[in-house]
Design a protein around this ligand. Structure first.
Ligand SMILES: NC(=O)c1ccc[n+]([C@@H]2O[C@H](COP(=O)([O-])OP(=O)(O)OC[C@H]3O[C@@H](n4cnc5c(N)ncnc54)[C@H](O)[C@@H]3O)[C@@H](O)[C@H]2O)c1
Length: 420
């Protein structure tokens, strides 16, 4: 084992920025992944995530970073961090296949005195009940005695120009004091504020509280959006007013639904475990899901209403969707609500096209959606334009002026665009 050597398992949206931060702080970084094509691409200096450019990867390579599929690098690492996906499986239950797979790989090469850290978002108890036994069984070593074991959730805010790994406080809960301190020593090399926590489960649950908080508050404004529209109250003005309160209020805005890898998925991990262990529902999560999942259809209803005002049916109308990623100014399409919006429009007979400067092809279950290259011409030609993501590149004033009818689901465009 070599000091200041780390293996980061999973080189995706979370693992790759972590690899960059550690490499810049003087660590020798092995980026272990199971996807051979990705490993080859990284070693050629090409990035696949929004937050890192090709130049960033080339800088990492110069600093000694290497991507690899060879797990023997774990044996020479003082720290091994797990950053693999935690999606939902059949019936919405947690799928820990990648976490278990990564843990088995680590177990085969684990050496005494090293530290294993889980960063993947997961339900409380995973590190203790799932990862620890796999590591101990495969390695013959004892957690807390022969090696350190820690949970430290990732808090990356994709596309953010304000917050990165360095200036985002990082939680780290070890199975004992020595584990927590080992994590503080590692992350303290490149994170301004390591936050030690008492316990694995507390750190796991803190991450889920953060994401559930966001999920629930988005649902709250989404539900208010619906009834404010019925009552002829401008929800955007309501939120602008409320947000001037300097304490006790945090601003959330409505939208076409929730997307990305975290908000639509992570709270399920918590509600699943509450039901699994205790037999009762986590009602806030279930309600938030119901409301947020209803938003794509609500958007389509509003499009139908706007067309109706212009004596047109949705059936046969040309609808242009602007911005189909899950978040503005990033290319990530995972769980994007644009997909259920487009599917529901098609179900009702609309002819759907899209424009997105960050997306070159867009395939849905019902078939590929035609991409518009000439934004101005497409805006003028469509019967309705629906703004789903207000990418910075969009000149919203000109789009609002040129569209026959425009529904703005982000409250970003000026009149005559109609806000959600
Ligand atoms: N993306 C985000 O913004 C974000 C934010 C906070 C937390 N998270 C959490 O971080 C975790 C990772 O998410 P991500 O977005 O980086 O995923 P990702 O899909 O971008 O990357 C995961 C990588 O892990 C690799 N992988 C899968 N199984 C492996 C194995 N057994 N061994 C080695 N590599 C393996 C995949 O090939 C892939 O390259 C998830 O639990 C997610 O919930 C993500």
């Amino acid at each position: 084992m070599t000091q200041k050597t780390v293996t980061i398992v999973g080189q995706g949206y979370v693992g790759l920025p972590l690899a960059q931060a550690a490499a810049r702080a003087g660590w020798t970084v092995h980026g272990l992944d199971v996807t051979e094509s990705l490993v080859a691409q990284l070693n050629e200096g090409r990035s696949h995530v929004d937050d890192l450019s090709d130049t960033d990867i080339q800088e990492m390579l110069e600093l000694g970073y290497r991507a690899t599929t060879d797990p023997t690098v774990i044996a020479s690492s003082a720290v091994t961090v797990i950053c693999v996906p935690t999606p939902l499986g059949d019936g919405g239950s947690p799928d820990l296949g990648a976490v278990k797979g990564a843990s088995r790989t680590i177990a085969d090469h684990l050496v005494a005195g090293s530290t294993v850290i889980l960063e993947s978002t997961t339900y409380p108890g995973t590190t203790d009940d799932v990862v620890k036994p796999i590591l101990e069984l495969g390695s013959g070593l004892k957690a807390g005695e022969d090696f350190n074991l820690v949970y430290s959730p990732e808090r990356v805010d994709p596309g953010s120009k304000k917050f990165g790994i360095k200036n985002t406080p990082k939680l780290m809960g070890g199975m004992n004091d020595a584990s927590t301190q080992a994590a503080v020593a590692f992350y303290g090399d490149f994170v301004d504020e390591p936050v030690p926590m008492n316990g694995l489960r507390e750190a796991e649950t803190a991450k889920l509280l953060e994401n559930t908080f966001r999920h629930v508050n988005i649902a709250l404004v989404n539900e208010m959006t619906k009834f404010c529209h019925e009552m002829n109250i401008d929800i955007w003005e309501v939120i602008r007013g409320a947000a001037t309160k300097p304490f006790g209020f945090m601003k959330f805005t409505p939208g076409p639904g929730v997307g990305g890898h975290c908000i639509p998925i992570d709270p399920n991990y918590l509600s699943y475990e509450v039901r699994n262990q205790l037999g009762y529902p986590f009602r806030f999560v279930e309600l938030a899901q119901e409301i947020n999942n209803s938003m794509p259809r609500y958007v389509v209803d509003r499009v139908g209403g706007l067309l109706n005002d212009h004596r047109k049916p949705l059936n046969g109308s040309e609808v242009l969707l602007l911005g189909v990623t899950y978040k503005a100014d990033i290319a990530d399409q995972r769980e994007s609500p644009a997909e259920p919006v487009a599917e529901a429009l098609r179900e009702r007979g609309a002819i759907v096209r899209f424009h997105d400067p960050l997306v070159s092809t867009w395939n849905l279950g019902s078939g590929a959606v035609e991409r518009e290259e000439d934004l101005d011409a497409a805006v003028k030609a469509a019967d309705t334009v629906v703004l789903l993501q207000a990418h910075e590149l969009y000149d919203l004033e000109s789009i609002a002026q040129n569209a026959k009818v425009m529904l703005d689901t982000r409250g970003a465009a000026p009149a005559p665009a109609v806000r959600l």
